[in-house]
Design a binder for this molecule. Structure first.
Ligand code: MN
Length: 286
């Protein structure tokens, strides 16, 4: 059965956090994976990376990482300086992740987040081509460090480059590296894809990682997401990757601001809610 995880920012107001306490927390709740912020790991000292790696090993928890690159690192930018900065930052992340025993990173690593085409521009091809070229540079380090980068397909309000599974597969084919794969997220798919089943089948062997959540980013099992279609399609392509839930419920702080949580979706017992959602997902995967 697939490993099931949860994103640490379910519990935090800021993107930077000490991830160590969350390792034992998610273990206690029954998860297999804790997903952490890749940018934070990249800036950790050797001792901090060791401490996190040891905590994960001791608890039998796999760590995965995620990031939406800030604009100054835009991998698709017209500015060569920004692209160079983006490539360097992702290489730094690949090295830091491998040192921490983390071999999967996903997110908006192909451009920046939240991002749109500059005013007046309508053709994304030059941005696509620059992004592919930048990503090819990162792949050398990714392959050396055995870190797989997952291109997260997100909705039009957050990015313009990869909005559908079909685009992400085409992007990975252009990058031509086994370390470049696709991340599909149910929340974004619900907005952009014609069909959950079609999108998952299109991603096929390129699909390396999944994010799940309800249409309003509540934890799985609370809303109207087409879970039977999604899990059915994952089974039909024999998906072996990780499934990480990414609920966002708390307004305020950097997380609430960036995710645009403008009302409280909080529940009384956040831990019990995570555990309930985990059981819901395990049941659906049976
Ligand atoms: Mn996501």
């Amino acid at each position: 059965m697939n490993k099931i995880g949860i994103y640490y920012a379910y519990w935090t107001r800021n993107w930077d956090a000490d991830f160590v306490p969350f390792v034992s927390k998610v273990k206690k709740l029954g998860f297999d994976i804790l997903e952490v912020n890749s940018g934070t790991v990249a800036n950790m000292t050797k001792a901090e990376k060791n401490r996190l790696k040891d905590a994960a090993e001791k608890n039998g928890i796999e760590l995965t990482a995620c990031i939406g690159l800030p604009e100054k690192y835009d991998m698709a930018s017209e500015s060569a300086e920004k692209r160079k900065r983006g490539v360097a930052f992702l290489k730094k992340q690949a090295n830091a992740l491998a040192e921490t025993g983390i071999y999967k990173i996903g997110g908006i690593v192909y451009s920046y987040w939240p991002g749109s085409l500059p005013p007046g521009k309508t053709d994304k091809r030059p941005y696509w081509e620059r992004s592919v070229k930048s990503m090819k540079e990162v792949m050398k380090t990714a392959e050396d460090r055995k870190v797989v980068f997952h291109m997260e397909v997100v909705n039009r309000f957050e990015q313009y480059l990869l909005n559908t599974a079909e685009e992400a597969v085409r992007y990975c084919r252009d990058v031509e590296s086994p370390n470049c794969k696709v991340l599909l997220d149910a929340f974004h798919m619900n907005i952009e894809e014609d069909s959950f089943i079609g999108a998952i089948k299109t991603a096929g062997k390129y699909l390396g990682h999944m994010h799940i959540g309800e249409t309003n980013r509540r934890a799985p099992g609370r809303g109207k997401m087409a879970w039977n279609e999604i899990f059915g399609a994952l089974k039909s392509i024999k998906f072996k990757g990780a499934i990480v839930m990414e609920p966002f419920l708390i307004p305020g702080g950097e997380v609430g601001r960036d995710i645009k949580i403008f009302r409280s979706l909080e529940v009384k017992d956040m831990d019990a809610e995570a555990k309930r959602a985990l059981n819901f997902v395990r049941e659906k995967l049976k």
